[in-house]
Design a protein. Sequence first.
Length: 274
Amino acid sequence: MAAVGPLVLFGSGETARQGRQVHEEVLRTLPVPARVAILETPAGFQPNARYVAERLQQFVEHSLQNYRPSVTLIEALRKGGPGDPDDPAVYGPLADATYIFAGPGSPTYTVRHLSGTRTYAALRERWAAGAGVAFASAAAIALGALALPVYEIYKAGAELSWAPGLDLLGEFGLNLAILPHWNNAEGGAHLDTSDCFMGAERFAHLRALLPPGITALGIDEHTSCIVDVNAGTLRVRGQGGIAVMRGDETRRHEAGEELPLDALRPAGSCAARA
């Protein structure tokens, strides 16, 4: 059986200079020419979902041309609607993808319209066969065991809560809540938008709501994690660092560090694979 492929989690900046360097680090380990599939689901509720995906396509074709990429847009927009993730015409092109890429949008929308679908099953199958997976921003949040309802809390004032995620890493004993934009500061002096737009005060309450056994992984902007399940390691890349929050403990790791995946598992647990 082929080794599981690399998994890249971007805090932001997936199409910036340092993001390009991370894509290249991973693509160097994958077949060339690269067969890149860009998943449209995270922004599938937006009228400009295709434009969002095309911007990612342009980045891949122009900035990663050394890997001779061929790019396919996976129009998995909405269960039961146009771009149904269970339509063979939608998920079929994933069958030979060597790199699967997704980015901004809504985490909860992503989970709602991928969970239990053939598109998500095809993604998992390709990853298990050695394809790379690179998810940024909302898409990265959606991959966790629990997903943060960012839009609902930050934009619409919903009560603080967690939602079920796609749990890509659960079979390896990595029960995560993935939090990009960890050091965001766009709110300026009068609005704390750190901690994935929640702010430190609200996130403290959210952290208290996490069930036992869930590790929160905060990833700074223009920073990424390369998860290598086969080697049992996580490499930190980019401008900032990550925060690993297990129970009451928080540990900070900066760009350039490599840590064992056991650092993300609950204390006393061991690696698992279904």
